[in-house]
Each structure stands twice: as C-alpha cells, then as structure tokens.
Unconditional design. Structure first.
Length: 202
C-alpha cells in the first residue's frame, strides 16, 4: 500500500494474528504473523498506528494451561456458574473459555496487567474489544460450528446450551434472534462478584 501511495493512518488486525485465536499471543513461525512486532515497529517508523482485536474470553482448556488463563485462575477473577461453584464455561474462537468478571475490581488489574505485558511484545496503539457480550457459540448444535478441528470437541460429546431459567427468559423479549436473549451468549443467571445477576430495576 505504501508503494501504491494508498492513504493509511491506522492498520487494524483481526484475530488472525493470534496463536490459535488465544488472547495475548502472536502466531507461530510459518503462520505469517510471527513477525508482527517488527511490522508494528515499521508502521510506527512511518508515522502510522496499529490497533489489534482482543476478545475477553480466555482459553481455559489448553494443556499445559495458557499463562494468561493461569494468572486469572490464581486470582479467582472468572465469572461463576449459576450455582457459584465453578467458573462459567463458554465457547468462542479459541474453543473453551472463561470470561473475567469485570464486576470484580481485581479483574481490572488483571486485564491491565495482561495488556501491559503484551505491549512489551507488540507495541500496539489501541485495542478493539470484541465478543464481550459475552459471546458463546455453545447455544448452537455442534454441526453448525466449523471453527475448530473435530477432535477438539467431538460432536458426540457436545452439550448444546439452552437457558431455561427465569432471568434468561423474562416476560418481555424484544424482536431478537431466535426470540430469546441468550442465543450466541451465556445464560443470564451466572454469579458475579456482586452476587447473582439482577434485573435492571434492582
């Protein structure tokens, strides 16, 4: 684009730059993204900016554990299931994830710390937050989801999520996809640092 004199102030990057779509990573050798830090330095030398996408869902089933996930686990900052007994699981681009509970102010420091560490690797100028509804592909049948290798989550072991609780299914629902508030999302009765999900009127 530079040779063509194409006007460009900011280069944006979607999740392709990540290692298997995991936050705070860069693609390995051979992916075409392992030299991202050098590309960003080149952009800066040409007086241009770089903005990258970050999804709040942190990969939770890597072996060995993803370092970002483990730091969050040690701080106990992930959203809990409705019973409050375990971290709530969701599925997005990297597969199984946990979401930080941003009603817990420890999560703020965790998130800022992860960004600080990643900025030492890739000198980004801004971030584009996506999938923060929080999103969840688990409400779809497995055959509709072609993002992952079959061996990650075999179809015969897939448990499609359906939210039947009262909070997820209020009496009034606007005209939305599938006629409910939880498709492509999590159930609305999860436990947060401030307690159970609450109606807006409360």
């Amino acid at each position: 684009m530079k040779d063509a004199k194409f006007p460009l102030d900011v280069q944006w990057a979607d999740i392709d730059y990540m290692d298997e779509w995991k936050d705070f990573t860069v693609g390995k050798e051979g992916t075409g993204w392992n030299d991202l830090p050098q590309l960003v330095d080149e952009l800066h030398s040409d007086n241009k900016k770089f903005v990258q996408i970050i999804d709040p869902g942190i990969k939770s089933d890597s072996v060995p554990a993803d370092p970002t996930y483990q730091r969050g686990l040690d701080l106990d900052i992930y959203m809990k299931n409705p019973e409050g007994t375990d971290n709530q699981i969701a599925y997005v681009w990297p597969g199984q994830v946990n979401y930080p509970d941003f009603t817990n102010n420890v999560s703020w420091n965790f998130w800022a710390g992860e960004l600080d560490m990643f900025k030492e690797k890739v000198d980004f100028d801004g971030i584009w937050i996506d999938m923060n509804e929080p999103a969840n592909f688990q409400t779809d049948p497995r055959e509709y989801i072609g993002y992952w290798p079959e061996e990650w989550y075999p179809a015969d072991e897939w448990e499609q999520l359906k939210c039947t609780d009262e909070i997820s299914n209020p009496k009034f629902v606007p005209r939305v996809s599938d006629g409910n508030l939880w498709t492509k999302g999590i159930c609305l009765n999860n436990q947060f640092s401030y307690g159970l999900s609450r109606y807006a009127k409360d």
